[in-house]
Write a new protein. Sequence first.
Length: 566
Amino acid sequence: MFKNESQVIHLLIEAGVISEDQREKAEEFSKIVRKPLLDALCEMGFVQRAQVINFVAQHFHFEKVELAEASPPCDAVHLLDPVYAKRYHAIPLEDDGREVKVAMADPFDLDAVDNLHYLLRKDILTLIADPQEIEAALTKYYGATEEVVDQVIQGFADTDVTVLSKEAAEEIAEEDPDVPIVKLVNLLMVEAFRNRSSDIHLEPLERKFRVRYRIDGVLQEVQSPPKRLQPSVISRLKIMANMSIAERRLPQDGRIKANLLGKEIDLRVSSIPTSHGESIVMRLLDKSNVLMGLGQLGFLSEEQKRYEQLISQPNGILLITGPTGSGKTTTLYACLNFINRPDRKLITVEDPVEYQLPGINQVQVSEAIGLSFANVLRSILRQAPNVIMIGEIRDHETAEIAIHAALTGHLVFSTLHTNDAPGAITRLIDQGVKPFLVASSLIGVLAQRLVRTICPQCKAPYTPLEPHLKLMKVPSDQLKDMVFYKGKGCENCHGTGYRGRIGIMELLTIDESIRQLIYQKASSTLIRKRGRELGMKTLREDGIQKVLGAVTTLEEVFRITVGDED
């Protein structure tokens, strides 16, 4: 544990932390297991590792740092090359231009301190940290060492992954499942699924092959495979996704159907060439996460009633807006589930079909063979559907056909990429749709975002920052009675304080007064003002309601609803 181990043990005996008898027993044990004496004392339970570190920090006047709670800036961390960080078990924490604070497992290693001084060309102030926390931080900031990756691969049981795609399964049938690359790729998918990731990002950088999981909408770096394995990992994934491994110059798309931990999962795979190799992104699609009821999406009770009334209309267009990854597809599928009955025919037009829904006719767009949104829509109108779901209104032609369908007695659901609900109206008009057609067909617009929810296992009261309290625009006398909650960070939430996500909603219903504004080509600001008068809550207002309900935090709502202060 320490270079001056014998001195530390002598001081521990003098202080009465351990006895001479315990030292002798640990000495015999250390010879058997071939471990340092301090490690043997800890393993035998004579002293706790944290107790030793606290004792050393106090006696030798080292500052102790809890790396699990520290958030060093990226500029400081990347002062040191990963090779040297792992060699000296050191994490740079702070750089003031003259001196660098460095957390070390063994601050008595003067050779390492001198080498760090030479490498960084600055004075070194050493801080002591738990060796296990140092190892975790090295993996977090610099990726795992090749030895660690090899050990993980060897210990991984490959029985939890089965490729279900017919073409890919035939392609890899002859491969040995014990091959390290096969096990490594399967391990990446299984760990992503265990951690509730929505995406896996494999990014070739100049000196490393970075792997990140998107968990609850935020990217988190995980153990990275050695750079030397980059070509093999990418080729393996391309084979599984039925993509060409010979083509490395053009973007490609593919799909993997796999059974992960007994659950059937679809992975949508995208590859794109970069300056250091092909970058791969895989989207994990889990049916159980998308077949939700409206109550699970995040509607407040009053808003849910209004929304249920809208989707129960016999005809008209209902739009869902928001950026990529804001949960629009999940909301669309929840709407279809709510109104799916044996006496109704539902048809969807999607690019691609992400989830197979029972009892619903789903059509996948294919531009390569001329099967565009517009062409499919023309054909499905002859199928006499009651409800049509269009993945996205992308152009004037698709918008015109959708509106025609709504005006001829169909209920149409679709999405648009706009920042708020009123902006969807001006977007349709900008696409060339005449205002009177928009006014006649549109029945409502739902804008939404996803915010992370507080981890239930480490939820605790806290006082938000003063600027955030001011942004709430609540009188100070009312703030005294409000209780705010935040997650402290635990194993359940991987130290983030958040687990899971929920929607915040902005629902604009179209009445006669708003129709008049649309006829007059009014700006989205005027439409928004009228919507507020009719009771529309903005995204930020809906988010604050969820903060007061101890569902999420003010920081999270303000992060997602930047600029929404009206």
